[in-house]
Design a protein around this ligand. Structure first.
Ligand SMILES: CC(C)(COP(=O)(O)OP(=O)(O)OC[C@H]1O[C@@H](n2cnc3c(N)ncnc32)[C@H](O)[C@@H]1OP(=O)(O)O)[C@@H](O)C(=O)NCCC(=O)NCCSC(=O)CCC(=O)O
Ligand SMILES: NC(=[NH2+])NCCC[C@H](N)C(=O)O
Length: 339
């Protein structure tokens, strides 16, 4: 069985492996022992914290193959970004230059540094090991987070965003970042992204261009990748677009990757998920797959299985093994979502 559960201290080695495998530009998993250990500790504290409104909690989860006990993927949700530091974006805007006198009209695009997403929840750290990128695994891993959002909405910002990894090559060169490195920041993309992932962001305030930047004055290859995602990230973006996430002209300040957003209550899977009551027994044969989670937090569990669910009844039969995997008993509730 593949089970999604909160990360714990003994997952450190596995998380380190995934940080290496995910590569540069995957900002939230820098290859740094202290940072990864503190991310795990922060997640452990968040899943047990009594929360009235979202602040700096981070809900990092892993996907475990229970037959091998191997951690094969990760997914996460930040409760509210920019509460303890500044959370930067470039906003793509338009300026119009128009003169009747000389009969010229130009529209030019600008990039303006902003903190507009402060307080938003952020989907992040979505990664699945190559061998497991098959069937519904990727979709389950991405979507399982909507069950958690639906069950505990008061723990998260009302707007939900995801920063999609922008374009860079295997060597860690980003076509967008080059002009920033040359004229402003000095350090290379891999280092800038690494410092950003560590939360060491003071250099951004000190070194990023102070004035808005005119897109037409950037190198052509930088212009071309504004709002474009890394090829490995196309499936992740596709999954969010299907949920109703939209690009609203905000891009990453280093690689130009798009940020997409949706109101928590408008996310399709949040709206469609249902609470059902568990009956443990023999599961009827059916072909309809569901993502299923319990309604707990510290003992949160989610998985996918074929269930017989009817519109008329609020009961659902789970096998003893499935109930055990989900840590639920007879009469308790689960949340389900068709896959
Ligand atoms: C993201 C996942 C976990 C997704 O798993 P899979 O690759 O198995 O997904 P999948 O089921 O094959 O594909 C999901 C959907 O994307 C479509 N799809 C697949 N390849 C595509 C491509 N090249 N272009 C456009 N769409 C594509 C599929 O048809 C399917 O759409 P239909 O459903 O319509 O059939 C994986 O690709 C991965 O680990 N990628 C590397 C790490 C990464 O870049 N992560 C995202 C970083 S950005 C981030 O973490 C923030 C976002 C977030 O947290 O959600
Ligand atoms: N533009 C970027 N590089 N954004 C970060 C992309 C990766 C992903 N959002 C994460 O959790 O780290």
């Amino acid at each position: 069985m593949l089970i999604i559960r909160p990360i714990c201290a003994s997952d450190y080695e596995a998380l380190y492996g995934i940080a290496v495998e995910s590569g540069h530009g995957f900002t939230s998993l820098p290859v740094n022992e202290d940072l990864l250990r503190s991310k795990i500790a922060r997640a452990e504290a968040s899943f047990t914290k009594d929360v009235k409104k979202p602040f700096d909690e981070g809900y990092l989860m892993v996907l475990e193959d229970t037959t091998t006990k191997e951690v094969v993927g990760t997914c996460g949700i930040e409760a509210a970004v920019g509460m303890e530091d500044a959370f930067y974006h470039y906003r793509l805007g338009t300026e119009v230059y128009h003169s009747k006198q000389i009969a010229v009209r130009n529209e030019v695009e600008t990039l303006t540094l902003c903190h507009d997403y402060t307080g938003a929840a952020e989907l992040c750290t979505l990664f699945l090991k190559d061998a497991y990128r098959k069937g519904n695994n990727g979709r389950m891993l991405s979507r399982s987070r909507f069950l958690l959002l639906a069950q505990h909405p008061h723990r998260f910002g009302e707007t939900v965003i995801a920063e999609m990894r922008g374009v860079s090559d295997e060597k860690g060169d980003s076509p967008f970042y080059e002009w920033l490195q040359k004229h402003f920041l000095g350090i290379d993309f891999v280092e800038a992204d690494y410092l950003s992932g560590l939360g060491k962001k003071a250099f951004m305030a000190e070194m990023m261009p102070r004035s808005p930047v005119y897109v037409c004055m950037l190198p052509k290859k930088a212009q071309k990748v504004i709002g474009e995602v890394h090829s490995n990230t196309k499936p992740a973006l596709r999954l969010l677009q299907a949920e109703g996430f939209k690009f609203r002209n905000y891009v990453d300040i280093f690689d130009g990757g798009p940020t997409v957003e949706c109101s928590l209550t408008d996310i399709k899977s949040v709206k469609r998920s249902r609470l059902l009551t568990v009956e443990i027994g023999n599961m009827p044969r059916t072909d309809t797959s569901f993502i299923i989670s319990n309604t707990k937090l510290a003992d949160y569990r989610a998985t996918a299985a074929k269930l017989s669910v009817s519109d008329e009844h609020d009961n659902v039969v789970l096998s003893p093994e499935l109930a055990q995997g989900l840590m639920v008993e007879n009469g308790q509730q689960i949340r389900v979502l068709s896959l």
